[in-house]
Design a protein around this ligand. Structure first.
Ligand code: PLP
Length: 382
């Protein structure tokens, strides 16, 4: 078992005044902000050292994608997911979200149609809306305590002009780690479509005994029509460094997807993103194991203490909480009045829910849970 004490996840880090999106919005108020999906943890020591060394060099000119990073990604994907890929399949991006937009715009013709899960991280749907391309929402349903696809609706939503299926695995905000059989069925149902799989949360599997499985790793037939989007920024907490990538086996698909990258419509990752990712992949395993242990503890607190229904969070540090029994019009407002800022569920497609980011120091989590518990008890006295 990982030793959560080998690294310090408990000492509070002052984020006010650091231009943090999560903290700035409620600055100066007695509000604990647990919304946007970054963590309150410092990045691994090895990442901080590598960045410091790069700053020490002092020249930050235009940068090419380092071959050693391509190699590190190839090795990691093989080691963790038993997925053999080649360095040339990797297309670097400044973020996963730009990759979602590229996919909707470049891989779906103007009269084409996409399938988008709901609820889901809002930028999957936004990518379809802003392209703009016709799309159908494919609901996830709660089955045996897990958010899984409603496969009948998926089947019914397929149209002759359907081109692309957006998948989010592990799922944000549902916390699902899709199993092999589930992925095989999804791949089968979408056999005529391109799959764009947002796997940014791949290394944040909290449930022991479960493992992330890239859908493209199922079979060559799936890989040749899949764009897999990944980044180390969620796992090791440096999203502002800006580095992500797409893994695309098929050359024609890769060419189409990356036209705007080659045309410089999209900037390359920042040098800090490259440096941080390489250091995390080379030296971050022990830190990651400790972080997972810590997050597991946080998740257990949230599930145990809140007293509201939620699916067991298999992966991610985000709990998707059902507030329909709370008896309030707007659960986000209710918790904000009690001093905790969560993400309103409407942002992801279901206004009855809120999303709770529990990637923070345990003491702050305790304080937030006490405030939320007070809100729940006030609404539903026992
Ligand atoms: C599923 C998912 N995709 C993408 C992102 C953001 O990706 P990036 O910051 O690399 O654009 C997030 C951040 O919360 C996310 O949860």
């Amino acid at each position: 078992m990982a030793d959560a004490n080998a690294f310090d996840f408990d000492s509070p880090v002052e984020r006010a005044g650091t231009w943090s999106m999560r903290w700035e919005r409620y600055a100066g108020r007695d509000v604990i902000p647990l919304w946007v999906a970054d963590s309150d943890f410092r990045a691994p020591p090895a990442v901080l050292e590598a960045l410091a060394a790069r700053v020490e060099h002092g020249v930050f000119g235009y940068t090419v994608a380092p071959d050693e990073l391509r190699q590190a990604i190839v090795e990691r994907v093989q080691r963790l997911y038993r997925w053999p890929i080649e360095p040339a399949w990797i297309v670097f991006l400044p973020g996963v979200v730009p990759g979602l937009h590229l996919a909707a715009r470049r891989l779906v013709p103007p009269d084409g149609h996409l399938l988008v899960p709901t609820p889901v991280y809002q930028h999957l749907k936004r990518a379809a809306e802003l392209a703009p391309r016709a799309h159908s929402d494919i609901p996830l349903v709660l089955r045996e305590g897990r958010w899984v696809f409603d496969e009948e609706t998926l089947k019914r939503s397929l149209r002759p002009e359907s081109r692309l299926f957006f998948l989010c695995n592990p799922h944000n905000p549902g916390g699902t780690v899709f199993r092999r059989a589930e992925l095989e069925r999804l791949a089968g149902l979408t056999r005529d479509l391109i799959i764009v799989s947002d796997e940014i949360h791949c290394d944040l599997v909290l449930e022991s005994g479960l493992a992330h499985l890239p859908i493209a790793s199922l079979a060559r037939e799936v890989s040749r029509r899949t764009v897999t989007l990944m980044s180390a920024s969620k796992t090791f907490n440096f999203p502002a460094a800006g580095c992500a990538w797409a893994i695309i086996e098929d050359e024609a698909l890769r060419r189409e997807f990356s036209a705007d990258v080659h045309a410089h419509v999209l900037h390359s990752p920042s040098v800090f993103g490259y440096v941080a990712t390489l250091a995390a992949f080379r030296h971050g395993d022990a830190w990651l194991a400790a972080q997972l242990e810590y997050l597991r503890g946080n998740r257990d607190q949230v599930e145990r203490r809140l007293g509201l229904p939620m699916a067991h969070v298999e992966a991610t540090y985000l709990a998707w909480i059902d507030c329909s029994g709370l008896g309030v019009e707007n659960a986000y407002d209710c918790f904000l009045r009690h001093g905790v800022a969560l993400s309103p569920g409407a942002q992801f497609g279901d206004a009855r829910f809120v999303r709770f980011n529990f990637a923070t120091q345990r003491a702050r989590l305790d304080a937030a849970l006490a405030r939320m518990r007070a809100a729940v008890e006030r609404r539903a006295p026992r």
